[in-house]
Design a protein around this ligand. Structure first.
Ligand code: PLP
Length: 166
């Protein structure tokens, strides 16, 4: 069964492979023995290789360990996380902030917390996959409209407005 599914994906050129790097992250990376310019990274600010960030993360790892041990709710919240969240809340002028370890986790964590049963989510078909997953995880009514098709979006909204249409 898996083989068949993999063959179908391969026939559609949808097989995905990890590309090994021989260097750290940055605007220029080493891949397959060549130095190449990387335009696909999210490290826009170059923080991943920033000396100050590396120094602070090594110091925090030495002091607090290489993992939290368990969920923060279960075994306690470490000072670096609290400090980061306080600083972010202050920067954004909000009551509080909650950090996630990736964009994917932020989307699947935040969306179901923000909307649930009785809510309606209308999303573009080409939204990031993690947004789609977050919407699916919520108990809201979730509809996808064709990419950039405002007529399709309008028709989904209109259908929702009419009480006779489920
Ligand atoms: C809108 C959006 N959400 C989520 C993600 C996923 O982020 P991560 O790779 O940190 O899980 C991305 C990644 O580019 C994104 O562009």
């Amino acid at each position: 069964m898996f083989k068949q599914q993999l063959d179908t994906l391969a026939a559609q050129h949808l097989t995905r492979r990890l590309t090994p790097l021989q260097s750290g992250v940055g605007p220029i990376v080493e891949m397959a023995g060549r130095q190449i310019l990387l335009f696909a990274s999210n490290d826009y600010l170059g923080l991943a290789m920033h000396q100050e960030v590396i120094r602070a993360s090594v110091e925090a790892t030495q002091r607090f360990g290489a993992g939290t041990g368990a969920a923060r709710l279960v075994s306690g919240s470490l000072p670096p996380h609290q400090e980061l969240e306080s600083a972010l809340a202050q920067f954004k002028g909000t009551e509080a902030a909650l950090t996630f370890s990736s964009g994917y986790l932020a989307n699947i964590g935040a969306i179901p917390a923000l909307i649930g049963q009785g809510g309606l989510i209308l999303a573009d078909r080409l939204c990031h996959a993690s947004l789609i997953d977050g919407c699916r995880l919520s108990a809201a009514d979730f509809r996808i409209y064709r990419h950039n098709d405002l007529d399709h979006l309008e028709s989904l909204l209109a259908a929702r407005r009419r009480p006779d249409v489920p």
